[in-house]
Design a protein. Sequence first.
Length: 294
Amino acid sequence: MKQFFADFSKLIKFRLTFVVVFSASIAFLIGSKQHGTINWLNWLILIAGGFLVTGAANCFNELIEKDLDKLMTRTKDRPMPAGRMTNGQGLVSGLLMGMLGTWLLGKLNIETGLLSVFSILLYAFAYTPLKQKSPIAVFVGAIPGALPPLIGYLAAMGDFKDFTDADYQIAVILFFIQFVWQFPHFWSIAWVLDDDYKKAGFRLLPTTRRDKASAAFVLFSALLLIPVSLLPNFYGFGGYFIGGASLLAGLYFAWLSFRLFRNLELADARKVMFFSFFYLPLVQLVLLFDFIAK
């Protein structure tokens, strides 16, 4: 039983799935707070549906990359490449999770269900095969990666009877913050894991190499994140707390990225990567607290 849960965790990439569900649930609470009430049952449905849909996308990703995962130290112990799960079992698991998760999200509203299907298709069948072909895969993957806060916010709107211009602005801004964040996040991961990725032929760094130009892309994306993260203040639904937290976190993120650009050292890439894990939940939580404090 312990091995089963360990394999299931690896199959659905539990930590990644948790981040996705966290982003969606925070956006749901922000959307609900914007309209004054929180439907906690719908929040639980969103968490369950988001967990299943994300798990399904990750399952299809691993099914497609099974033979490549065998080549990399980081992934060779996943259940399918390690031989503890067959392709058929992986396919059935992904289909069941995807259908059940989409059904649950569709109960919240049809747009949420459709976006979840789009996210699965784009992640599994566009981003996954592109990883071996071109660094543009990171851009393609950033789209489904940024959909969770948009899905979460739309889920809070129910049947859209009360959807306003402010709702559109908030939903789109939540999407763009997570979209831009993914570039320094994934490129720093690609820098750290480049040797392992090369075993499978993955080309995820902007120039496919650990060079000055790739580091410049990391730095530029981290700098771009600063004004994007301040959009809540620009559009008037963010207060001093989110503005200050976004600015300070963004400047530190950019500083770490500048050190990578200056030194081109693996240790600096790791610092960018680890801070990226901290940055997103910090900004999202502070934005939520900003809404609660109103």
